[in-house]
Write a protein that binds this ligand. Structure first.
Ligand code: ADQ
Length: 473
């Protein structure tokens, strides 16, 4: 059995004695892949150490070996909080005004990718497939190739890839384009992302399109394809079926009495459009005064990246908007917007999704957005709720039967909330069925399988060792 090496920024090592991969995020997504391969999972431990070791800490859990590295305070500041989250993240999400580029941060980003490549190279065996995840690690393939690694190396980009007009504002843009083209297979969420990156490689690096998503860039071949990430549809449905037994879900539903529930679930991130969504709900109550007291909006948004100043500002903005709306509209017997910042287990989220007549998923821009899919999967098949979905979420491509909205237009979102609340059951069923069927076909296992099957095809490619390539020049 050959081995799959996953590389991701943050790696959660499960407790000792546990055979399961850690719950949540990529771990769930890759559960199935790790039954077909032996696994090695490499990345940052999530810990900061004054003097981090230059070799990884190894832990074996069932079929998966974990190899994790600590970061120094400077590496964490420059690589993670700095370049990845203050330059790449806003630019990839089309938020040029929020981007903060610094040369020191970029140097830190490159340094950590080099340190990771050096630590990882020693663990790679000849038959291994290497699958790197997300924007923190774009230069990793170039670093590994420089160390003579000839295995197939794939990359999956979880967030949007913007058009060249936006991406090229980043001072390091062409270097990053060269680096990403060093991967054999570049997986993106949507066809639009594929178009943006391919076009930019042609315009900036004179890449030559070879058909079927392949391009020749600086004499190397790369392939760019969309692989929309899916969810565990069956798992969410079953969790929602059982959620009636959960105390938090039961109490929430009892507290609603006859009120209808609107729900939003997001990491607190400016890409998710949380304050804009609250303003749209305010707009809805302004134009539908008869609904005051009859509808409640529950926003669940755990804080994230609190060390990044833009996220602290967002948290203050949300509190201000929330306070204004609840203060001006609320009654002693009715709070229009309930806001909680806790993370909840899947059992609770699934039950709350099912209890909500409307799922409000209105990011300003999102690679995919799994919450939209989870909301659909968790619905009661006899009486499903309605998804209001931003047309700027990657998920909108697979969920055209949702009420698609422009999140920048709060009147449009308010109108969609009204349409969703008044939508007859027959229409709700008619919209929901094709969505859930598509999500079940293109679930998370399908996503990992499709990607890995394509990456396998790169095994047959002969590569010149880097030293020989240099000598030939
Ligand atoms: P995220 O930006 O984190 O992911 P999203 O796709 O919505 O966004 O995934 C969030 C996940 O966190 C969901 O599974 C959700 O259930 C969970 N979650 C959110 N709030 C929670 C809470 N309060 N408690 C517990 N769990 C909570 C990035 C990209 C996305 C892309 C994914 C996957 O930004 O565009 O869809 O990766 O590729």
């Amino acid at each position: 059995m050959s081995r799959l090496i996953i590389v991701s920024n943050r790696v959660a090592v499960p407790e000792a004695g546990s055979k399961a991969v850690a719950a949540g995020g990529l771990a769930v997504a890759l559960k199935e892949a790790f039954t077909a391969y032996r696994g090695l999972w490499f990345g940052w431990s999530g810990k900061i150490a004054e003097q981090p070791a230059d070799t990884p800490t190894i832990a074996d859990r069932g079929r998966v070996r974990y190899a994790v590295m600590d970061l120094s305070p400077q590496d964490h500041r420059e690589y993670y909080s700095g370049f990845a989250n203050r330059a790449l993240w806003p630019i990839m999400h089309y938020r040029l005004g929020l981007a903060a580029y610094s040369r020191a941060d970029y140097a830190g980003y490159q340094r950590v990718n080099r340190i990771f490549a050096q630590a990882l190279a020693g663990l790679i065996e000849p038959g291994d497939l290497i699958w790197v995840h997300d924007y923190h690690l774009i230069p990793l393939a170039s670093e590994l190739r420089g160390l003579g690694v000839a295995n197939p190396i794939g990359y999956f980009h979880h967030i949007p890839w913007p058009s060249g007009e936006v991406f090229n504002t980043l001072p390091a843009s062409n270097e990053l384009l060269r680096a990403v083209a060093d991967y054999d297979l570049i997986g993106l969420q949507t066809e639009c992302d594929v178009h943006n990156l391919s076009r930019n490689l042609v315009d900036e690096l004179r890449a030559i399109p070879l058909g079927g998503g392949s391009l020749m860039v600086d004499g190397r071949r790369t392939r760019i394809r969309s692989f929309p990430i899916g969810i565990d549809v069956e798992g969410f449905r079953q969790a929602a079926d059982r959620a009636g037994m959960n105390r938090t879900v039961r109490d929430t539903v009892a507290g609603l009495r006859t009120r209808k529930l609107l729900i939003g679930v997001d990491r607190l991130d400016y890409s998710k459009g949380v304050p804009e969504r609250m303003e749209a709900v305010d707009r809805f109550f302004a134009s539908n005064p008869d609904q005051r007291g009859n509808v409640v909006f529950l926003q669940i948004a755990p804080k994230s990246r609190t060390e990044v100043p833009e996220y602290e500002q967002l948290s203050r903005d949300v509190n201000e908007v929330l306070g204004n709306i609840n203060g001006s509209l609320g009654e002693p017997s009715w709070t229009p917007i309930q806001y909680v910042t806790k993370a909840y287990p899947r059992a609770v989220l699934a039950g709350l999704y099912r209890a909500a007549r409307v799922g409000l998923v209105t990011p300003m821009r999102d690679g995919m957005n799994l919450v939209a899919k989870e909301y659909v999967a968790a619905q009661n098949e006899e009486d499903p709720g309605v998804l209001v979905l931003s047309k700027f979420a990657g998920a909108a491509r697979q969920l055209p039967e949702a009420l698609l909205v422009n999140p920048y237009d709060r009147f449009e979102v308010a109108e969609a909330i009204r349409a969703a609340l008044y939508m007859p059951k027959a229409e709700r069923l008619e919209r929901w069925k094709p969505m859930v069927e598509r999500l079940a076909r293109e679930d998370v296992d399908w996503w990992a399988r499709t990607y890995l099957t394509e990456l396998e095809a790169f095994r047959t490619i002969e590569r010149e060792p880097p030293a020989a390539a240099e000598a030939a020049q």
